[in-house]
Design a protein around this ligand. Structure first.
Ligand code: GLN
Length: 244
C-alpha cells in the first residue's frame, strides 16, 4: 500500500478541559506528519457527554486538578471500552494530567482519590513540591534515544506490574523525582509528564506512534517515509541536556 492509500483515525479526548501548556500541539503534529505523507487523517474531538467510538489513536492532554476531576468521571464511564481498545492494540498518548488518569487513581492533596481507568498499572499521589522545568529523557526504543520537554506537576507517579517507564531522566524530575524514571508504557499505551508540546520537538516519537497506530489498523508493520526534519531536530538538539 502506498501512503496515500492509508487512513488513520485519532480521538482527541476532552480538549476543552485537558489542554495545558500547548498540548494541542501534539494533535497538530500527528495530523500534519500524516498529511505531509498523503495519509488521510480523521480527528474526532470527544467532549463531555460525547460517546467514544473506535479509533486507532487516542490523545489526552494535561490539566489542573479541577479539570481532571471533571474528566475523571467521563473517562471512568468509558473505562471498559477503552480497556478493550487497549487490548485491541490502539495507541494512547496521555500528557501529565491525562497520563495520571491512565493509572488506577490520582490522590489529590486533600486526600480525595480520582478514579483512573487502569490502562496501565500505575498510581499518582499529589506531593507538596511542584516540579517545573525542562526535561531530557533517555529512551531505549527511539532513534535518536532522547526525548525533550517541559514538566509542571505536583503529582508523583509510581509504576507497578508490567508497566515500564519511557526512559531514564537525564535532566529534570520525571515521574516522582526519586526513582530516576519518566513516563510509562504498557502495550501501546504511553504516558508522560512532558509538555512543550512534546511531539513537535520529538518528531521521531510522533512517527513511532503513527506507525504503531497504522500497524493496529492494517495488522501489519508499516514504515513511514522520511520527512525533512532538519528544523525539528535543530530545535530538539538545542534542548537535549539543557536545564535552562
Ligand atoms: N494537576 C496535575 C498535577 O499537578 C497535572 C498537572 C498537569 O497536567 N500539568 O500533577
Amino acid at each position: 500500500m502506498e501512503e496515500k492509500d492509508l487512513k488513520i483515525s485519532i480521538a482527541h479526548l476532552y480538549p476543552k478541559l485537558l489542554n495545558l501548556y500547548g498540548d494541542m500541539g501534539n494533535i497538530i503534529t500527528l495530523k500534519r506528519r500524516c498529511e505531509w505523507r498523503g495519509i488521510q487523517v480523521k480527528i474526532d474531538r470527544i467532549n463531555s457527554g460525547n460517546a467514544i467510538d473506535e479509533h486507532d489513536l487516542y490523545f489526552i492532554g494535561g490539566g489542573q486538578d479541577k479539570q481532571q476531576q471533571d474528566v475523571a468521571d467521563e473517562l471512568f464511564r468509558n473505562k471498559d471500552f477503552l480497556l478493550q481498545e487497549r487490548d485491541r492494540g490502539a495507541v494512547f498518548l496521555g500528557i501529565c494530567g491525562g497520563y495520571q488518569l491512565f493509572g488506577h487513581y490520582y490522590q489529590l492533596f486533600d486526600g480525595n482519590k480520582l478514579n483512573g481507568i487502569g490502562l496501565m498499572d500505575a498510581y499518582t499521589v499529589a506531593g507538596k513540591k511542584r516540579y517545573i522545568g525542562n526535561v531530557t529523557v533517555k529512551t531505549d526504543f527511539l532513534t535518536p534515544r532522547d526525548l525533550v520537554g517541559f514538566e509542571n506537576h505536583s503529582g508523583l507517579t509510581y509504576l507497578e506490574g508490567e508497566t515500564q517507564p519511557i526512559g531514564k531522566v537525564v535532566v529534570g524530575n520525571g515521574n516522582n523525582g526519586s526513582d530516576g524514571f519518566e513516563g510509562a508504557r504498557f502495550k501501546n499505551v504511553f504516558g508522560t509528564y512532558l509538555h512543550g508540546s512534546l511531539l513537535p520537538k520529538n518528531p521521531h516519537f510522533a512517527d513511532y506512534l503513527i506507525e504503531l497506530a497504522l500497524e493496529k489498523r492494517y495488522c501489519k508493520i508499516i514504515k513511514l517515509s522520511k520527512l525533512d526534519d532538519d528544523l525539528e531536530f535543530m530545535t530538539h538538539d538545542s534542548l537535549v541536556g539543557k536545564a535552562y
